[in-house]
Structures are given as C-alpha cells and as structure tokens.
Design a protein around this ligand. Structure first.
Ligand SMILES: [Zn+2]
Length: 451
C-alpha cells in the first residue's frame, strides 16, 4: 500500500509496524519535534477519527515520547505525562483533532462552536478573482516629499486601529487643506488591525467610485494591506473586493499611496485619531468575519483544556506535579523558555538521585549522603538536606520565603534563575556521590539519549 491521504486510516489500523518503522526513521533524523510534528500530522483531517482508538493513541504516544525525551534531554524512564509538561507538547491525538477542526472550519464544512454565531473569514475561491494580468495595480511610496496635488483632486486618508476597547477603522476625505468628510467604522472585537486597514481601504475605494471627482488619491500607512491589494496573490475577501472595485472602475483615476505613520501628515493623523475613536464605538460592527488566527487561538485554548483534563487523570509524574501542578500554567512557562537537562532531572525526579537509582536497581542503597535512614529524593534535597543549608538559605533570601514543598511552584514561577542555580549545585554533588559514570552508562545503555 502506498502512503496516501485516503490510505492513512487503513495504514494506521493494518500496517502499524510499517508506520512505526517510518516514524522511528524520522526520529533518528531530527530531534526537533516542532519540525517533525507537521509530518506526523500530515492530512490529520483524514485520519483524526482513528485517533480516538486506544491502540492508535498508544502508537502516537510512542512516537511523541521518543521526541519528547530528546527535546527535554530526559532519562528514558521519564513518564510521558512529565515529558509533555516539560516539552510543551500537546498529545498527538488531540493535535490531530485540532487539525481536523481547523480544516473543516477553513473549508466552511462546520461552524466554530466557540464563536457564538460569528462567521469565519473564508478565502475567496480562485475562480472568483480577476486574473492578475487583467489590470496592473500599483501604489506609490511617499516618504517626506510633498506630493503636488491638483486642487480638484479628492484625497482619502485611511487607517485602522486595535486597542483594549476594540477594533476600529476610519477614513478622512480632504480637498486641498480642508477636511470635507470623515467616517468611523467599528469592527468586531476579534478582528485584526490588518482587517481594519483593509476595511478602511475598501470604504475609501467605494467612495472613490461613487464620487464625481475624476482624480482620487487614497492614502494608507499599511504596507502589508497595500502590498496585498496590488499583488493579486491574496485571496483575502476584503483584498479581492478592493481589487475588483479598482479594476472594474479603472476609467476613474484612483491612485494608491503609502505614507509613513505618525510623520506629521495632517490627513493621516486625523484618520489615526478617528480610527482610535472608532474602537470604542457602541454600534453594530460593519465587519464581523472572524480571522483564522483568532479561530486557531480558540481551538488551541480548547485543546489545552482537553489536555488539562487528560493530565488530571494521570497517576504518573508526581514530582513534576510538585513543581508544576497546573498544566495550563506549565504550558505557558515552557513555551516561553524550556528547561535545561539539569532542571529536567529535578522536575521529573528521574536523575542522579539515590532513591531513583535504587528503584531501578542501579544503586544498592536509596539513602542520602546526609543520613542513611533518609531517602535521597528531590523533595528531601531541596527542602531538608543539611548538606545544602547554605545554598538553600541563599535561595530563601532571594525568594523571600522558606523553601517547602508547597511553595516550590511559586519559586519556580517567580525565582527560576535562583532555583536553577540551587539545583545545579545539588546535581553536581549528587552525581559525584552516586557515581556519574555509572548513571550515564546505565541511562545510555538502551537509548541514544544523553544526559
Ligand atoms: Zn540529605
């Protein structure tokens, strides 16, 4: 069977070993899961339903585990629940469902359940756009030089804005040095500044077509919006509407200009001010098509929630939960900055600790260096072990709190660097006490992962 879109569900069910071999080869070639994840999730919309089956989830977990170990540079015994928290990877079965949902929404097969009735901005079909060769549009870049303006020309300045209050756009019509008309446009709260800029350009183009002036100059400070309009390669519905207007009314002398924002040009400053005022307007939005970027954000939030529920049923990864009890917070922390291998050992409990080494029959005694009756666990080393009293005291001074099990999440979130320094000292000592060579040899014996 050749690997095809339609054959993937059957491939997962009937030829798991082949797929597994294929994924293992991929694993050996690259250690970065973010690069390989799109390959594993290729055409997930076709096989996402198969990812509900327990044995398929298990296979996907196996693939993800191999990458997660490499990303975290963790011990091969580390549970997957901990690896996911520390690598910031979401379960592959949930990611497959995420891809399927996004695909269906993009194609218009289904509505986004989180949008409360709002419609998603669907790209204009290729067949409904003008051929790029039918009309060549262009815009002129104006820096500081003044354009010689014919007194009878109509100038329309456009701008878009997004603030905490909402999203707005505005146009300001000028003749000579006098503003003759202006319009504020309010957009739905989830719209982007790019959409606001395009909405202002669209309204300007509509007015330019309706008015009797023979020459209309339209100004915008958005290069991306102008590039999309003149480029002819964008299928954004607003872009295609603007293009169609300009192409169909090519007999009118409508010219596009880019002006630098906040450079003192009166018309542009006025449009900027009006657009900001429009953000907080209490009126029905003139545009409420939801951008795909917002839909992606909503779907990801939903996936993270599903993962949190899944994670709460996990019985493994106790040490990781001691530091990162809330997977949602952990996801944000890890996405901003990953953990080094030393912290991975501390945060998983799978590392150069006597209790762990004894559990896996590498060391005869689980006792700590300080007392033969005390287990050498991560919690003991961080909160009690008298060997590290001075270092612990320094951390307590920095953090302004006594180091105990219940404050470890706060210390990790608020004083990560100081905690990392403390952990480095601990690992340096425990590796020497427990025999670093034995630990590395044991950990590398069945896996290529290096500590
Ligand atoms: Zn101790």
């Amino acid at each position: 069977m050749s690997l095809s879109l339609q054959g993937l569900p059957d491939m997962l069910v009937c030829n798991r070993s082949h797929l597994e071999d294929f994924c293992q080869k991929i694993t050996k070639r690259t250690a970065k899961f973010n690069e390989i994840e799109p390959i594993v999730l290729y055409a997930a919309n076709a096989w996402a339903d198969a990812a509900n089956k327990a044995y398929i989830i298990k296979k996907l977990d196996t693939v993800q585990r191999s990458f997660a170990i490499k990303i975290c540079r963790a011990y091969r015994t580390t549970p997957l629940s901990s690896l996911r928290v520390l690598s910031g990877l979401l379960p592959l079965d949930l990611r497959a469902h995420e891809n399927k949902t996004l695909y269906e929404i993009k194609k218009g097969y289904t509505a986004c359940e989180h949008l409360k009735g709002a419609e998603v901005e669907i790209k204009t079909p290729f067949c409904k756009t003008s051929h790029p060769a039918t009309a060549a549009l262009e815009y002129v870049i104006l820096f500081n030089e003044e354009l010689t303006i014919n007194g009878s020309s109509l100038q329309i300045y456009t701008d878009g804005s997004k603030t905490e209050e909402g999203v707005g756009a505005a146009i300001s019509l000028w003749k000579g040095d006098i503003e003759i008309k202006s319009q504020k446009l309010h957009l739905a709260h989830f719209c982007t500044v790019y959409q606001a800029e395009l909405m202002a350009l669209k309204r300007a183009a509509q007015l330019a077509v309706q008015r009797k002036e023979t020459e209309v100059l339209i100004y915008s400070d958005s290069r991306s919006a102008l590039d999309a309009v003149v480029g002819g390669r964008s299928f954004d519905p607003l872009v295609t509407e603007i293009r169609e207007l300009l192409i169909q009314h090519s007999e009118k002398n409508i010219k596009l200009f880019w002006v630098k924002a906040h450079a003192g040009r009166r018309g542009n400053e006025r449009a900027d001010q009006l657009a900001k005022e429009a953000t907080g307007a209490k009126q029905k939005p003139v545009y409420d098509r939801c951008p795909i970027s917002y839909v992606k954000k909503l779907i990801r939030e939903n996936t993270v929630q599903k993962w949190v529920t899944k994670q709460s049923n996990e019985t493994t990864g106790v040490t990781t939960r001691m530091f990162l009890p809330d997977p949602e917070t952990a996801y944000r922390i890890v996405r901003s900055k990953g953990f080094n291998p030393i912290m991975t050992q501390i945060l998983t409990g799978h590392g150069a600790f006597a209790e762990y080494l004894h559990r896996f029959k590498i060391k005869p005694s689980p006792a700590c260096e300080c007392d033969e009756n005390v287990l050498q666990t991560v919690e003991h080393l961080l909160t009690e072990c008298p060997i590290f009293t001075i270092q612990r005291h320094n951390l307590e001074q920095t953090a302004g709190m006594r180091i105990a099990r219940n404050v470890l999440p706060d210390i990790l979130a608020g004083h990560r660097l100081a905690l990392e320094n403390f952990c480095e000292r601990i690992l340096d000592r425990t590796r020497r006490f427990n025999g670093a060579q034995t630990i590395d040899k044991q950990n590398n014996s069945k896996d290529t992962t290096k500590i």
